[in-house]
Design a protein around this ligand. Structure first.
Ligand code: ADP
Ligand code: MG
Length: 495
């Protein structure tokens, strides 16, 4: 960094560089009019002015990736903007300076985030968007199960000791994700970055991430491995703003060797958090530090996440965890049953459960745990009869429960359109009709209200849903092709 009388106070200089700052703000204004918002916010806004000296304006970008991109794509435009403001400037330079504060983040927060900053730690629940994933549902007594990981970090989440590679049962639906996870865990060299794991609720994403952390820590104890949910990332970011400590927030995240962020969908529509995530992500990838991300859907389907992030998420390896098949479910049950040798569980019972509880692994485990608890209490082996009785409610729910999410996926698949198009506001017939069909099925097959359905279809009004239901009802009478489609889809959901 050049050292001159014009140096910015923030970077250690003495003179108050009002002039320079003023010129810089004008340069930014110019660039803002020349580029659209997306480009401006992604590339120019994160820049900070360092110094203007001997005809050279020096700016800092937070990551090498951004610096390189700016150099190769926008250097000349930036130079021109400068020379119009200050004819003395004939040259520009962009350096990489990680961990600096590029702007007053407080003013960039969206409403949810601002609420959080103002309200303090407490009302976390209130601001959490409607999550389909109830993370507390089946985590049995975390206080006893979860121990602090030994990753030596004070900001990662604790790891569940049950979630290891040994206890993960591999089948067709998860073999790619498993192989990729092992590769990441057992190497320090980066083969694909990021590793992006996605799949529905309860299919083992969190399990795999914890397994990566455990294995990596064991093999390379000196590495800094950090696992946390996107929600925790957001709260830490927000609290760093509140305590005016964003610098150390940046530094600590950038010093990690392996960063894993779970349930990325949580930061949808949280603009500032996304921006911070983007910078952290770029910084780590620039330095060849491994990043692992999970979400409940693929990068392209992550509604509410900025395009620049979605596209970068797909640069490494994207591994999809599919719904389980019968064999995998049976394998998981057998493995869990083996961990309680004192309780006898008949094979036919395990087969029955694997067949009937197909929603997700978490529920499958819940069912088995309930059976084991029951058998232990009354001191009898687990039989078919007892299973039917104890699990009555669960079995019934599994018979008929279909989620809106599943309806949307299946309908999009069936009509061969993208899920994001189905949820978008596009009105083209080839997406609008399937969307109406999906709304119709959501009304018919779930107990959700019209407003609730509207919300899950990209925040639409309940009257839109009502209209769709009516329209499809009418069309079923007259349009035999559509009638066929609906019957076919209904069959899919009833099996
Ligand atoms: P997700 O994060 O995808 O919602 P989790 O990783 O929390 O799902 O998994 C839910 C439960 O199911 C956990 O208890 C996990 O151990 C178990 N589970 C999921 N997939 C497997 C598998 N392939 N083998 C063993 N257990 C599994
Ligand atoms: Mg999870």
């Amino acid at each position: 960094m050049r050292n001159s009388k014009g140096l910015r106070p923030e970077f250690g200089g003495e003179g108050v560089a009002n002039d320079m700052e003023f010129q810089w703000s004008r340069v930014l204004e110019r660039l803002k009019t020349e580029f659209d918002d997306g480009v401006f916010n992604s590339w120019f806004k994160p820049l900070a002015l360092v110094n203007v000296d001997e005809g050279c304006a020096v700016m800092a970008a937070p990551t090498r990736f951004m610096r390189n991109w700016l150099q190769s794509n926008y250097a000349e435009r930036i130079r021109l903007a400068w020379s119009k403001e200050n004819p003395d400037v004939t040259e520009i330079d962009i350096i990489v300076l990680s961990g600096f504060r590029s702007a007053d983040k407080g003013s960039l927060l969206d409403n949810d985030e601002r609420d959080e900053v103002e309200a303090g730690e407490k009302p976390r629940k209130k601001a959490a968007p409607a999550k389909r994933q109830s993370s507390s549902a089946a985590r049995p007594s975390p206080a006893t199960r979860v121990v602090q990981n030994n990753a030596g970090s004070d900001f990662g989440a604790p790891l569940d000791p049950r979630f290891t590679f040994d206890s993960f049962v591999v089948g067709k639906s998860n073999e790619l994700a498993y192989a990729a996870a092992r590769r990441v865990a057992e190497n320090t060299a980066v083969h694909f970055n990021p590793l992006f794991l996605h799949g529905g609720v309860g299919l083992g994403k969190t399990h795999l991430m914890h397994a990566i952390a455990w294995a990596n820590q064991q093999m390379f104890p000196e590495r800094r491995v950090v696992y946390l949910s996107a929600e925790q990332f957001m709260y830490q970011f927000i609290s760093s703003i509140r305590f005016k400590d964003t610098m150390s927030f940046k530094q600590k995240f950038r010093s990690v060797d392996l960063l894993m962020i779970d349930d990325l969908q949580f930061i949808a529509n949280k603009e500032s958090t996304q921006e911070e995530f983007f910078h952290t992500f770029n910084a780590l990838i620039d330095h060849h530090h491994q990043v692992v991300i999970s979400a409940d859907r693929s990068p392209t389907d992550l509604e509410g996440i900025e395009e620049r992030i979605r596209s970068r998420l797909g640069w490494g390896l994207v591994a999809d965890i599919h719904p389980t098949d019968y064999e995998l479910r049976l394998g998981i049950l057998q493995q869990k049953a083996n961990t309680v040798p004192e309780v006898e569980i008949k094979t036919e019972v395990l087969e029955f459960l694997a067949k009937r509880i197909s929603s997700n692994v978490r529920e499958l485990e819940g069912a088995l745990n309930r059976m084991i608890a029951h058998a232990t209490l009354i001191g009898r082996p687990i039989t078919m009869e007892m299973t039917q009785e104890v699990l009555q409610d669960l079995l019934r729910a599994n018979d008929r429960r279909v989620t809106i999410d599943e309806i949307q996926r299946r309908v999009a698949d069936y009509f061969n359109i993208r899920l994001s198009d189905l949820l978008s506001s596009r009105r083209a017939r080839q997406v609008a009709r399937p969307r109406q069909i999906a709304m119709y099925l959501a009304k018919a097959l779930t107990s959700k209200s019209l407003p609730e359905i509207g919300r899950q279809f990209g925040g639409r009004d309940h009257t839109t849903v009502m209209h769709a239901v009516k329209r499809i009802d009418e069309l079923r009478q007259t349009d035999s092709v559509l009638e066929e489609d609906i019957l076919h889809l209904e069959r899919i959901f009833s099996t």
